[in-house]
Write a protein that binds this ligand. Structure first.
Ligand SMILES: Cc1ncc(COP(=O)(O)O)c(C=O)c1O
Length: 200
């Protein structure tokens, strides 16, 4: 559709490779169309946020050049050691993705069990892929107040819907982002559970 209408498609593919069922992995947008751009980073599927390396794949050389100039305008250069480490990670991509998919698969039952305790407060559905989930908050006080109180009173940080507001399209107003990709989520969930029991 984009090709027919001469529209560039920007594919944010940072969670690609973390599908629960790898048969459902979508192709890179940039592989499908010369007008498409595929964004990726080391911080999500590869689990290496500290490297601060990301990239855009695009077959349109003129557009790539404009993007490169914009990047150079805002940043002198990447950190060299980060680029070396990113190359090592990309070469070991298969092993790292397998490890991270296993971590999420082990975490999901822990999150399922947590949310099963509070069905009247949250609408939880395990995501089909990725290392974050976006459950619905059902409480009367609204998700913004809920997240503020939770971080201030229990030290548990969730990102409320307002963080993901867009002027371009309607976005949910009752959801929060929660990470499911780190080892040992129990500590955070225990603090969350205690707070819920004390306050709900
Ligand atoms: C969908 C999506 N795209 C891009 C990014 C940016 O990743 P980075 O932290 O590497 O800048 C994020 C980070 O949360 C994200 O969720």
């Amino acid at each position: 559709m984009c090709d027919e209408r001469d529209i560039h498609l920007f594919g944010d593919e940072v969670y690609r490779g973390l599908e629960r069922d790898t048969r459902r992995t979508l192709p890179n947008a940039a592989d499908l169309s010369p007008r498409a751009l595929s964004l990726n980073v080391t911080s999500k599927s590869l689990g290496l946020p500290g490297l601060r390396v990301g990239w855009i794949t695009c077959r349109d050389a003129a557009l790539r050049s404009r993007l490169e100039r914009a990047k150079h305008y805002t940043t002198i250069c990447n950190a060299g050691p980060s680029e070396v480490l990113a190359r090592i990670a990309l070469k070991s991509r298969t092993i790292i993705l397998e490890r991270n998919r296993a971590l999420i698969a082990a975490n999901l039952p822990v999150f399922d069990a947590f949310f099963a305790w509070f069905p009247e407060h949250f609408d939880w559905q395990a995501p089909d892929g990725g290392c974050v989930a976006y459950p619905r908050h059902l409480g009367a006080e609204g998700v913004e107040t809920f997240c503020t109180r939770l971080v201030e009173e229990a030290g548990v940080l969730l990102l409320p819907a307002s963080i993901y507001h867009s002027d371009l399209t309607p976005t949910p107003v009752d959801r929060f982002r929660i990470g499911i990709g780190r080892a040992h989520p129990e500590r955070g969930l225990d603090a969350f559970t205690s707070w819920m029991r004390d306050h709900r």
